[in-house]
Write a protein that binds this ligand. Structure first.
Ligand SMILES: [Zn+2]
Length: 277
């Protein structure tokens, strides 16, 4: 989990290339997220979004701020007034504990008062920290879930794939997991759907940073289509697994062509990584 903690920002900008608008803050100062706690992808997005809101909000009152979100329980808030080297224009260097993410307008106004050195605001902020100290003392541990990889959160990706299928009631209760590594195979099955267990399995070689989220989402989308369009007997005793209907639905995946192109370009790397272990 430690590696994820250090690479949050890398993860956000690389893996989330299709959500870039959501996570690139249009702010004056820098936003540093390196010390946020480890969390599944959907929670990371949520934290990043909240960090962006907070940064924008505070800059609205105070001008340029370099904001760092921390996980430091002893120093929840530190602020320094600095000056630009060339222009001598003032700006704030602000380090905030992540408990302030999503804190709302009222607390944001108190933060502004605190940063400006107002005594009343200082007391209000101290009370806010007291109230929230408890809530952060037991961070959720996700390590046991096998839908959470080192780089990709399958549950979150399945949620997105399911949204694309209008959350068809047939999909309800389907579970997802990273599969096990096969040994010495010349081919690789990136995903599968188990009708009995109602379980989607995703090949663990896809849990790498350079594998884009949209590609895994496409594999999941494909497997969910198997649940919606079960194989049919083609009349001659053969099972048609990928029916015409299935194929038509598959092409509706928003990044379908990109996914196929990505697979063609990278399949040799995926096969290779299967053998590396
Ligand atoms: Zn298939």
């Amino acid at each position: 989990m430690a590696s994820r903690q250090q690479t949050l920002w890398d993860w956000a900008s690389e893996s989330a290339q299709y959500n870039v608008e959501e996570i690139r803050p249009k702010v004056k100062g820098k936003l540093a997220l390196g010390e946020l706690p480890a969390a599944p992808a959907r929670e990371m997005f949520d934290m990043i979004r909240k960090a962006r809101e907070l940064h924008l909000g505070l800059e609205g009152y105070l001008g340029k701020i370099n904001l760092s979100l921390t996980n430091n329980r002893r120093r929840m808030l530190t602020v320094k007034l600095k000056r630009e080297a060339k222009t001598r224009a003032p700006y704030y260097e602000l380090r905030l504990h992540h408990m302030f993410l999503g804190c709302g307008e009222e607390v944001m106004a108190q933060l502004v008062g605190f940063i400006r050195g107002e005594d009343a605001a200082r007391q209000q902020i101290q009370r806010f920290i007291q109230r929230n100290r408890e809530a952060i003392s037991h961070d959720v541990e996700h390590a046991d879930l096998n839908d959470l990889g080192q780089f990709h959160d399958l549950e979150w990706l399945m949620k997105k794939a399911s949204d694309l299928l209008q959350n068809d009631p047939e999909l309800e209760g389907i579970k997802i997991t990273w599969g096990r590594k096969g040994k010495g195979k010349r081919s690789i099955r990136l995903g599968s759907y188990d009708f009995e267990q109602r379980l989607v399995r995703i090949h663990p070689s896809l849990d790498q940073r350079w594998v884009p989220g949209f590609f895994i989402e496409y594999i999941i989308y494909h497997e969910l289509l198997h649940a919606l369009y079960p194989p049919v007997d083609d009349g001659s005793g053969r099972r048609d697994v990928h029916t015409k209907e299935f194929r038509q639905m598959e092409e509706l995946y928003p990044h379908y062509k990109e996914a196929l192109a990505w697979e063609a370009q990278h399949i040799h790397l995926l096969l290779q990584s299967q053998h590396d272990e």
